[in-house]
Structures are given as C-alpha cells and as structure tokens.
Ligand binder design. Structure first.
Ligand code: ADP
Length: 266
C-alpha cells in the first residue's frame, strides 16, 4: 500500500477567489505499507476535510492523490474501498444492531447485495472480535455499549473486510485512559501485520508515541515528515500557539516521549 498526495490544497468555495479560505495548501504526504501516520492541528484546521478529500468524499481544490501510484480520481469507489476502511468520529450507537451484526456489516463488500453471510463471513467477524477483545459483548445491542466498547466495535467492523489501510478520525477522543491505550495498541498490532493506519488526533503525545510520520495542519505552512523530526516544540508553538516541552522517559529500556503544555504564547 502506498498513499501519496501531490500539492494537495483545499478551500471551501467563496463568491470570489479572494473570499476562498484555504484550509491547507500544497500538502505532500507519502505513506508506505505498514506505516502509522498522525494528523495534528487545532480545531477547524482541516484535519477531517483532509481525510475526506483523501477518501474521495470531497475534491481537492488543486493537487492530486495517488493510491498505489494510481490517481485516486481514476479509481472506482469499489477499487478504493476494497483496500481501505474508515472509522468516522462517532461516539454513541444510534442503531439497535447487536455488536456482532454491526461487525458483520463490515463484510458487506464480500457478502454482496441481497446475499446472506457465508460461514467464512461469520468466522471472520468472530475472529476479529476475539482479536480485539470484544467477543464478550457479541450479542449486546450497540446502544447499550459504552463509548469505548462501541469504538472497538466500529474498529472491528472496519477491519473485518481485511483492509490494507485503516483511516480513523479521532479514535481516542472521549475514551478513558485504558481504552485510549487499547486503541493505540491496536494500531501497533495492525502495523505488525503490515496494515497502515492514518489517524486524526488532538493528542500530540499519541503522535510522538505511535506515529512513524505526521502531518500538522493549521500553522504558517503544513508540515509533513517523520514524527521525530517535525513534532517538536517549535512546530507545536507555531501551530497551536502553545509553549510546550517534550521530554523522554526510559521505561523497561524503551524511550517514551511525552509533551507537557506550559502556557499560551500567542
Ligand atoms: P478539523 O477536523 O481540523 O476540526 P474540519 O476539517 O472539520 O477541521 O473543518 C475545517 C474548517 O472548515 C472549519 O472551520 C469548518 O467550520 C469549516 N467547514 C467544514 N465544512 C464546511 C462546509 N461545508 N462549508 C464551509 N466551511 C466548512
């Protein structure tokens, strides 16, 4: 899997060209198989819009994106969605499907219109629920699940179609300490299986700890590169107007980065 953008820009339309407000300009990302990419930026900086353009739900104002070196404009949505899954920002279940039925819905590409699920579909749904540690609430109605439990159901639903790329919009927002770790660790284990992840996040710390590369929107320019090179005190101050310090802790021989916001600087 390789996903690239070439000078990708986006502006919501205005009555005149001057009224156009660019959310981001000339963004060049490059994510290759098995990588984790974080997208950071203040509220309203265009993170969700960037994801929507990547997935073809909105058109870039200018620039292009390429999936496996094919211009995404030339890919059918079936070709794209056979390889990509999306977990939107969604905290509460509004349907009364059971957790298992919801996960099974993620196989609809394989099951086909008006067909019934095959044994292999049912096994795939059970297997992913086992792997994600949510098999215990297989028969629970989704609207009885907590936000964290439901988030894991949505991730299972996205993964049951065996994607090469998983796109998650703020997957850890609103989750408690433990469930945040469950989601972040899930991305690690997907990476070990060669599945790439892109996630929008409000937590620079999560980018520092998990993401191989990061995109930062909302500053004087868009920054993209290795997380260790671009998520630093200078870019955080430019983008968020917050003076912060990044420090490192050694735990069981592993170096873990943390970031502490100090004060609002601009
Ligand atoms: P983020 O995910 O970083 O919070 P979004 O991509 O959701 O940012 O939104 C970026 C900006 O675009 C926000 O200021 C939002 O109000 C604006 N916006 C979103 N949708 C539309 C729209 N359909 N028309 C005009 N502006 C929009």
């Amino acid at each position: 899997m390789r996903l690239r953008t070439e000078n990708a820009s986006f502006a919501y339309p205005g009555k005149t060209d001057e009224e156009k407000r660019y959310l981001f300009r000339d963004v060049n990302i490059d994510l290759e198989g098995g990588g984790i990419m974080a997208i950071l930026g203040p509220n309203g900086s265009g993170k969700t819009t960037f994801l929507r353009c990547l997935m073809g739900m909105r058109k870039w104002t200018s620039g292009k994106s390429y999936f496996d070196d094919k211009d995404t404009n030339t890919l059918s949505s079936k070709e794209f969605w056979n390889k990509v899954s999306y977990v939107p920002q969604q905290r509460m279940a509004t349907s009364s499907f059971t957790a298992f039925e919801s996960v099974l819905l993620g196989r609809s590409g394989q099951i086909g219109f008006l067909s019934t699920p095959k044994k292999s579909d049912i096994e795939a749904a059970e297997k992913i629920m086992e792997e994600l540690g949510i098999i215990a609430y297989k028969n629970r109605d989704c609207n009885t699940l907590s936000g964290g439990e439901f988030q894991m159901v949505l991730i299972a639903k996205a993964l049951v179609s065996d994607p090469e790329l998983l796109i998650l919009d703020e997957p850890e927002s609103g989750l408690d300490f433990r469930n945040q770790l469950v989601v972040l660790n899930t991305m690690d284990s997907l990476k070990n299986k060669g599945i790439s992840c892109i996630f929008n996040t409000h937590y620079p710390k999560h980018a520092l700890q998990k993401a191989d590369c990061s995109l930062i929107l909302g500053g004087k320019q868009a920054y993209f590169g290795k997380t260790s090179e671009i998520v630093n005190e200078k870019t955080i101050e430019d983008v968020f107007g917050v003076k912060a310090v990044i420090n490192e802790m050694k735990v069981n021989g592993e170096v873990i980065k943390n970031i502490v916001p100090l004060y609002i600087s601009s």
